[in-house]
Design a binder for this molecule. Structure first.
Ligand SMILES: Cc1cc2nc3c(=O)[nH]c(=O)nc-3n(C[C@H](O)[C@H](O)[C@H](O)COP(=O)(O)OP(=O)(O)OC[C@H]3O[C@@H](n4cnc5c(N)ncnc54)[C@H](O)[C@@H]3O)c2cc1C
Length: 311
């Protein structure tokens, strides 16, 4: 059962959604909801705890009001959530592994197996609301029954990565659109020298370039979606979209931040949050450079991932 953690802050009010994709209502009721509610009730300042469950997805909403430092409150809630169900996070970890013969398989490693641990990483300056764990393997013995049946080779993990990367391409676009939307509104509201800053050509240049890049990326990703619906999208095409959209989103976040002047560095606007989070997105699910090399290999037919160093 995986967990995601989404805080949203408005002044000193904190709305937190803890989502459990893959959790049935019964699993939630028996395993998590009651315990979590009990743990959260011990924290002062929490006003309301509600939960909803659909067939395969459960969420818990926490609404609280705090005069304390908002990060401190967030940490308290996170600790309460982590304390229930032995998080962080997953009870099982799927891995892509290679055997001695060089064949690739999917493998499930379970929490509690000897030698397997997942200490939480601290000090992250990006995607701070979600817990990230290191995976440590010390002579872990995994039974053969944990090898995922049906498929071996790189095709199976790639099909999973393709879906994730396609989703990321849209997600990065969403961040870019949010930054553009805020910058456009701010440029009409903020006046300098008695006129809205949106009337200056240099601001209009930024906005025009943002919307151009967003439109190009939307078309790229929309077409990719059509190809995927027809079962024709290739992994290399998905790499191109993921790489492009994250890059334009980061550039747009930076330009939108500039349009907001000094206000742009505050948490009142979301550009800096997007910028920090997009730095992770630039690296995970295939780094920016590796996706470039995938496109390079796609067009030349020559892989350039490995290098024989001179002896
Ligand atoms: C917040 C966060 C969450 C994550 N979650 C997950 C997760 O759920 N599951 C998971 O499996 N991983 C996850 N990752 C790990 C992520 O996928 C890796 O960090 C990423 O693949 C890069 O690997 P690395 O950090 O070992 O960097 P390295 O592989 O050491 O790369 C360092 C740099 O060298 C470059 N480089 C490496 N090899 C080459 C090459 N052959 N040619 C040219 N350049 C090269 C890279 O592009 C990069 O710029 C997560 C990472 C972050 C930051």
């Amino acid at each position: 059962m995986h967990r995601s953690f989404f805080p949203e802050m408005e002044s000193n009010r904190l709305n937190i959604m803890v989502a459990y994709p893959g959790a049935s209502p019964q699993e939630m009721e028996e395993g998590v909801t009651t315990k979590l509610e009990e743990a959260l009730k011990t924290i002062s300042g929490i006003e309301e705890i509600t939960s909803t469950s659909a067939e395969n997805f459960s969420t818990i909403y926490v609404e609280c009001y705090t005069d304390e430092d908002i990060d401190e409150m967030l940490t308290k809630v996170k600790n309460a959530v982590d304390g229930v169900n032995g998080l962080p996070i997953a009870s099982e970890q799927p891995l892509v592994v290679k055997n001695e013969a060089g064949r690739i398989y999917g493998l499930i490693v379970e929490r509690g197996m000897d030698g397997f641990s997942t200490p939480e990483m601290h000090g992250k300056l990006s995607l701070r609301a979600s817990a990230t764990g290191e995976l440590i393997f010390d002579n872990v013995r995994v039974p053969k029954s944990n090898i995922l049946p049906g498929r071996s080779g790189l095709g199976a993990p790639l099909s999973c990565l393709d879906s994730a990367r396609f989703g990321i391409a849209w997600g990065a676009l969403g961040a870019a659109m949010d930054c553009y939307d805020q910058a456009l509104r701010y440029s009409k509201e903020r006046t300098q020298f008695d006129v809205p800053i949106g009337s200056f050509q240099l601001i209009q240049k930024k906005l025009a370039e943002m919307i151009t890049e967003i439109t190009k990326a939307q078309l790229l990703t929309f077409r990719l979606g059509e190809l995927r619906n027809d079962g024709k999208a290739t992994s290399a095409q998905i790499s191109m979209a993921k790489r492009n959209n994250v890059e334009i989103a980061l550039n747009i976040a930076r330009e939108a931040r500039q349009i907001h002047g000094g206000m742009g560095i505050t948490s009142e606007y979301s550009m800096m949050r997007h910028m920090a989070n997009l730095e992770s997105v630039l690296t995970y699910e295939g780094t920016h450079d590796i996706h470039l090399l995938i496109t390079g290999m796609d067009v030349t037919g020559i892989p350039s991932f490995t290098r024989d160093l001179p002896k």
